[in-house]
Structure formats: structure tokens, C-alpha cells
Ligand binder design. Structure first.
Ligand code: NAD
Length: 482
């Protein structure tokens, strides 16, 4: 059994869950201890007790620890990438790419330790000095989803530690292996006991125990909208209320205009909609295509899709791995049936596939003749399922793009500077992307959305300080002669 890390120790549990490879369900990656409510409380207590000293640790100490975590993650990117692909099902290149990104994030925040700054302003009152500084928030609870098993934990853990907070980290049940491997690297990097704690387990047990603890000052959550809403309710009704940051679902549009480079547009769409098995919050699932290019785009898309290899994530030559588990596969299939019932036309894919190994293989599905009011165009499916929606012109395409409860990323393929500039200004999303896939973003700039996709301050880049620090304004009188 692989254990939880609580108060500086690896602790076993009475319960363990098997981590299953979705490319080959006979392959059990390991048994992972499920923390109890009592163990979760112990982890929170340890983080609470460790906070005063850690919050006053030197920025050099924090820098050195994060730098060494980043060094080890990068040095082991191939091994950790393979583990990630084995447990989550994204292909090896994507698994290794994600691990690389995690290592880069630790390095970035190692640097941020040294760059955190405040402000010093004049006062409106004579003889008074005003200083604005940032301080750590306290114990931070981090709750993460399964689709980025190492990058999302990294982009929460690294800033939390960099800015002097202590951490209780709960990964998603399906991806304990990457979380456990990352935790092992972090705790060996020299953090004092209690600063970082790993509590694997279900949302109902471990997650709820975190939400109900008065000792947790803040929760950073990434996951689905319904769970995000539950986290928000708990944070608001807590006494004292908790600071929260929620990153949730998406139904991201990608507009393709008549003047687009067709080959580029198809590559952007195939990548955004189907790579990582469509299991990315930034995936584009609504391809909004204007009349003049619509038919050519559809033909080129189906041709390109026919050449995609769906197979074992760790096998050479695979473009798309399996769906993460049976439950997600059933959700994808039920939306494929729903799309047909709603009157959309399934022009490619959507079939269960048999491969050499037993796994959750689904060919990427493309619907045409989709109306933006259909449920397949409004609800997040979170699988390799995309819809093509026809628009008369740019104005209508923009209107359809913005007509969604979500607002994470929004893309356009065009060779027109006029439309690209107008779209960047008017797309209702946290991230706007021109002539690139809607999924796939840099690690040093803010990440997050609007409307139903996000709540609270942005993650990543220097904007991460907005969540992981609290601002103090200090007034001094008599410090110097005016
Ligand atoms: P999920 O909401 O089912 O679970 C997310 C996390 O919340 C898991 O760790 C889970 O155990 C935990 N959880 C569940 N119930 C809980 C409770 N009552 N209290 C506390 N914690 C609880 O989401 P998922 O299926 O793991 O991930 C897929 C979702 O994540 C999709 O909607 C996707 O769009 C979203 N996502 C968003 C982003 C983003 O940055 N916007 C990034 C990746 C994934």
C-alpha cells in the first residue's frame, strides 16, 4: 500500500483503492491508502502547527526547496510521464509534456519567492508613512481533478509554499500515483514536517473533512461545476469564511472564419477537441464555422480524424489514449446518443473500439448540423466529442461563441487582423486564443475563466499571489522627520 503523508510521516490506512490503467484494466498500478476523517484532521492540525514557523522562513529557504523539487521532477520526466500516462490515459508525449510543465512551474515559483514585493506610498496625512505588504494566508487546502494529475497539483502547491503557506493536498481518487510520486519528491526536498501533507481519498470523506475544518483558511479547487458549488457553499458558511478559488468546467468555442488557413484550422480543432482524449477543461467542443468554409472544413476534419490512432496511451504511434474510466466512458456515450436524439448528425467516430488490451477506447466523435441550443452544445461532456455549428458571418459566430454558461477559453482561426482584434476584445472568456488550439497555454501567465468556469482570483504566473497571499496596509507616524 502507498501511504499518505501526514505531519512528516508516511501513514497507512485501513482502506486502500486500486489505481487501474485505463489502457489495460488488468494492470493495477498500485494500492493507495485512503485517509480517514481523523487522519485528515491530523494533517490539518500538523499544517496549522507548522504555519507560524514556515510563514517566517526565509525566501532563500523556500526558493531552494522549490528549485530542488523542480530539478528532480525534470530529471525524472520520462519515468513520471510514463506513470502519468499509465494511470490517466493521455499519450506518452502528453504525459512527459505535463511532467515537464510541472517541473517548470516549481522553478518559476522558486524565482517568485525572491520577487514578491509590496508598495510604499506617501500618506494623505502629514508625517505618516504607508506600507503595503503581502503575507501568507495560513493553511491552504488544495483539491484537484484527475485530468492533469501533476500539472494542476504543481500550479497550486508551488505558489502555496512559495508565499509561506502550509498545505493539505487532496488529489482526485483516479490519479493517486502521480500525486504520491510528486509528494515523495516534495517531502524529500527539505520541508519541515507538517508544511506539506498528502491526504488521498474520496471527496465525500477527505474533501468534506477539509471543507468543515475551521483551521483551513483557504481552499483552491479545480473540478466540476457541481463540486465547485458545494465547495463554495461550505467556504461561505464556514466561521470564519474561507477564501476560495474555483476553476471549473468549460464548453469552449473555436470560431473558424471563411478566411482561415484551412489546414491550420483543422490542426487547431483536432488538437483542441480530441487530444488528451478531449479531457481538458480548455478543450474546444464547439467549432463555430462560417458558411463559406463550412463544408471544406467538415470534409478535412473527417479525413484528418480517420487518420488518428486510438490505442494504448503508452504505445508508440498512438495519437489518442483511452477515456479515463468506465463512468466517464458511459457519460461520453450517453451524450453521443443524446446528440443524435436532438437531431445532430454524427459525421465521424463515436464508436467503442476493441484493442489488444482491455481498455476504455472510444473513437473521437464529430457532430454537424448542431444548434447551439442543443444540450450537446451547452453541457460539458469532457470527452472526445465535438460539435460543428454553422454561422452566417463573423458577427453571428461571435454571438454563438459567447452564448454559453461557461467562459474559460475561446478561440478563433482567421487571417484577418480586424476580426482577430475584435474577437480578442469581445470574447467573453478568461483566455482568448488566435490561430492556436484553445487548449495548451503557457505556465508563467494567468490561467482562469469567467462566468460558470471560474470564481475567485486567477491561478499561475505572478497573479497567483492574489490568492496565496493576503495584503496588509501598515501606517507609521513619527518614523522620520517630515
Ligand atoms: P470533480 O468535481 O468530480 O472532482 C474534483 C475534486 O473534487 C476531486 O479531488 C474530488 O474528489 C473532489 N471532491 C468531490 N466531491 C467533493 C466534496 N463534496 N468536497 C470536497 N471535494 C470533493 O471533477 P473531476 O471529474 O475530477 O474533474 C473534471 C472536471 O474538472 C471537469 O469539469 C473539468 O472541466 C474540470 N477542470 C477544470 C479545470 C480548470 O482549470 N478550469 C482544469 C481541469 C479540470
Amino acid at each position: 500500500m502507498r501511504n499518505n503523508h501526514i505531519a512528516g510521516e508516511w501513514l497507512s490506512a485501513s482502506n486502500a483503492v486500486a489505481n487501474v490503467n485505463p489502457s489495460d484494466t488488468r494492470d493495477i498500478i498500485g494500492e493507495y491508502a485512503q485517509a480517514s476523517v481523523a487522519q485528515t484532521k491530523r494533517a490539518i492540525d500538523a499544517a496549522y502547527d507548522a504555519f507560524p514557523a514556515w510563514s517566517r522562513s526565509t525566501i532563500q529557504a523556500r526558493h531552494d526547496i522549490l528549485k530542488s523539487v523542480g530539478d528532480e521532477v525534470l530529471a525524472r520526466k520520462d519515468e513520471l510521464g510514463r506513470l502519468l500516462s499509465r494511470e490517466e490515459g493521455k499519450i506518452l508525449a502528453e504525459g512527459v509534456g505535463e511532467v515537464t510543465r510541472a517541473g517548470q512551474i516549481f522553478h518559476y515559483f522558486a524565482g517568485e519567492c525572491l520577487r514578491l514585493s509590496g508598495d510604499k506610498l506617501g500618506s494623505v496625512r502629514a508625517g505618516v508613512d504607508v506600507e503595503i505588504t503581502r503575507e501568507p494566508v495560513g493553511v491552504v487546502g488544495l483539491i484537484t481533478p484527475w485530468n492533469f494529475p501533476i500539472a494542476i497539483p504543481a500550479w497550486k502547491i508551488a505558489p502555496a509554499i512559495a508565499y509561506g503557506n502550509t498545505v493539505v493536498f487532496k488529489p482526485a481518487e483516479l490519479v493517486s500515483a502521480s500525486a504520491h510520486a510528486l509528494c515523495d519528491i516534495i517531502v524529500r526536498a527539505g520541508l519541515p514536517p507538517g508544511v506539506f501533507n498528502l491526504v488521498m481519498g474520496s471527496g465525500g470523506v477527505v474533501g468534506e473533512a477539509m471543507l468543515s475544518s475551521a483551521k483551513l483558511a483557504a481552499i483552491s479547487f479545480t473540478g466540476s461545476v457541481p463540486t465547485g458549488r458545494r465547495v463554495a457553499e461550505a467556504c461561505i458558511s464556514a466561521d470564519p469564511m474561507k477564501r476560495m478559488q474555483l476553476e471549473m468546467g468549460g464548453k469552449n468555442p473555436m470560431v473558424v472564419l471563411d478566411d482561415a488557413d484551412l489546414t491550420l484550422a483543422v490542426e487547431c480543432a483536432v488538437n483542441s477537441s480530441f487530444f488528451s482524449t478531449g479531457q481538458r477543461c480548455t478543450a474546444s467542443s464547439r467549432l463555430i464555422v462560417t458558411g463559406g468554409i463550412h463544408d471544406a472544413f467538415l470534409a478535412a476534419m473527417t479525413e484528418r480524424m480517420n487518420a488518428l490512432v486510438v490505442d494504448d496511451a503508452c504505445k508508440d504511434g498512438t495519437h489518442i489514449g483511452p477515456v479515463v474510466d468506465q463512468r466517464q466512458l458511459e457519460q461520453d456515450l450517453s451524450y453521443i446518443r443524446l446528440g443524435q436524439d436532438e437531431g445532430a448528425k454524427l459525421v465521424a467516430g463515436g464508436e467503442l473500439l476493441k484493442r489488444d488490451t482491455p481498455g476504455f477506447y472510444l473513437s473521437p466523435a464529430l457532430f454537424s448540423e448542431v444548434d447551439n441550443r442543443m444540450r450537446v452544445a451547452r453541457e460539458e461532456i469532457f470527452g472526445p466529442v465535438a460539435t460543428v455549428i454553422r454561422a452566417r458571418n463573423y458577427d453571428e459566430a461571435l454571438e454563438i461563441a459567447n452564448d454559453t454558461p461557461f467562459g474559460l477559453s475561446s478561440g478563433i482561426c482567421t487571417t484577418s487582423l480586424k476580426y482577430a482584434s475584435h474577437f480578442k476584445r469581445n470574447a467573453e472568456a478568461g483566455m482568448v486564443i488566435v490561430n492556436l488550439p484553445t487548449a495548451g497555454v503557457d505556465y508563467h501567465v494567468p490561467f482562469g475563466g469567467r462566468k460558470g468556469s471560474s470564481y475567485g482570483p486567477r491561478e499561475q504566473g505572478r497573479y497567483a499571489a492574489e490568492f496565496y497571499t493576503t495584503v496588509k496596509t501598515a501606517y507609521t507616524f513619527g518614523g522620520y522627520a517630515p
